[in-house]
Design a protein around this ligand. Structure first.
Ligand code: ZN
Length: 460
């Protein structure tokens, strides 16, 4: 039976209109004013916004970080539930192969993790952690298998490749108009800085950000921009966190380079004073790049407002405080890197961006949904409420208030970096391809997520 959402305000990245929306099966089939019932189940959504399902383009829902085979606290099952309950209907997870294994094998294992186990739709960025002729050949096959984006690393010794290898990978990916995201930090410098602090006996979480200062990121960003300029590939900087990196991006744009920039909520609403929390609690915020200064935070907000920053995703990568983060109790460099966040992004950006007047709701839709869909070949199936698109719809109630807390979150981790923060607005209901899967922050239909096959669009 079809569903008629009546009385809401449909918002896109460009405009808002008071229209009714009819869903039939998995799709949006009709949009207009005062639509007739015509046998549909009517849902009164007056007073609410109808938003396209949010897309999180940067999650590590299930990661084995290689260090003592430590796995993330969340897995696909728990992470996707936390996502969809609060309005995120699609995730692009980082599929990361182990050394020596093929990209195809990695795709198979990520499908095994997600299939029948995900409560939101999903696809992956395929990580390239080594470069050889076999992997070169696989690029095309992976794109043909529906994965049009890749990820490489300039830091983390178990994941990074050389600049030459990055250049070769770019040239190969560029032939097929694929997208490559890079983790920008100078890995050699990070290693040197860590060794320096550890040698001096500076071992508290306080020293984590000092080993990865803004220059470590900005240098890598600049290098990435220059290599991509040579390879003629659009640039996709993930989790950009500093003012100096944004300045490098601006220089590249002035010389007409195509650059996409992602930042994350943690760099917008948290800052580096948190590393000094007592009782080792600074470890909760250990992620890379680290939380930054207030000055960087202001620059990032300006970037969000003026369009220098294109998208906001989370880099969700959850480790428990007890038993996982605490492994680094006597040495900050042993603290597993990463923070949870897939659940809290919509409420945080609505509260700190929209209700403060920094950005419009339309801009938020661009940052959290439509522009992500366009960049990663999901548009117009995802990212917009229009006839023919998937009926991924968030019924957003702007009047609710809430408090973020580890005791009430759905993420399967023993803390949240946003503990005690007050939020305004929340998802009253969430539709995933036409099915109501969440209501008032609770998942009511689990494991309904599907793999989304992507086809290269040449528009980016
Ligand atoms: Zn990441």
């Amino acid at each position: 039976m079809s569903i008629l959402l009546k009385g809401g305000i449909v918002v896109s990245a460009k405009k808002r209109r008071q229209v009714d929306v009819r869903i039939d099966g998995e799709k949006i089939v009709e949009i207009g004013t005062n639509l007739k019932e015509n046998g549909s189940n009517v849902e009164d959504v007056s007073g609410c916004f109808l938003l396209p399902g949010f897309i999180d383009a940067h999650t590590h829902l299930e990661l084995n970080n290689g260090k003592g085979s430590m796995s993330t606290a969340d897995n696909f099952n728990t992470g996707s539930k936390a996502a969809v309950a609060k309005g995120t209907t699609t995730v692009i997870d980082m599929a990361t192969p182990s050394k020596g294994s093929s990209l195809k094998d990695c795709l198979v294992s990520w499908n095994q993790l997600a299939q029948g186990n995900s409560s939101c739709d999903y696809t992956y960025h395929m990580s390239i952690i080594e470069w050889n002729s076999t992997i070169k050949k696989e690029i095309k096959e992976i794109i043909n298998a529906g994965i049009t984006s890749f990820k490489m690393y300039m830091a983390y010794d178990n994941l990074r490749t050389t600049d030459g290898e990055i250049f070769e990978a770019m040239s190969e990916i560029g032939q097929f108009h694929g997208m490559l995201g890079i983790h920008c930090e100078n890995g050699d410098m990070v290693n040197e800085m860590i060794a320096k602090f550890v040698e001096k006996g500076n071992l508290a979480p306080h020293y984590h950000p000092l080993t990865r200062p803004d220059s470590v990121e900005a240098e890598a960003v600049e290098r990435y921009l220059m290599i991509a300029d040579l390879a003629k590939l659009p640039v996709n900087i993930v989790h950009l966190s500093t003012k100096r990196s944004l300045e490098a991006v601006e220089r590249a744009r002035i010389r007409n380079q195509k650059v996409y920039v992602e930042t994350c909520p943690q760099y917008l609403v948290l800052d580096d004073h948190l590393y000094d929390e007592p009782n080792f609690e600074g470890a909760k915020y250990v992620c890379s790049p680290p939380l930054r200064s207030f000055n960087d935070q202001q620059a990032l907000w300006n970037g969000v407002i003026n369009g220098q920053i294109n998208t906001i995703s989370t880099d969700h990568c959850s480790f428990n405080f007890e038993g996982q983060k605490t492994i680094g109790k006597n040495d900050f460099s042993k603290i597993p890197n990463g923070m949870p966040g897939v659940e809290t992004r919509p409420e945080l950006i609505y509260t700190y961006g929209v209700t403060t007047g920094k950005i419009s709701l339309e801009r938020m839709i661009g940052l959290l949904s439509e522009d992500i869909a366009r960049q990663f070949d999901l548009f117009p199936q995802k990212g917009i409420i229009q006839v023919g698109s998937d009926a991924d719809i968030v019924v957003w109630d702007p009047l609710t208030i809430g408090v973020i807390s580890a005791t009430t979150q759905l993420q399967n981790v023993d803390y949240t970096p946003y503990e005690g923060m007050q939020t305004k607005g929340s998802a009253r209901a969430v539709y995933l391809r036409g099915q109501k899967v969440a209501e008032n922050g609770k998942v009511i239909a689990e494991n309904q997520g599907a793999f989304i096959f992507r086809k290269i669009s040449t528009s980016h």
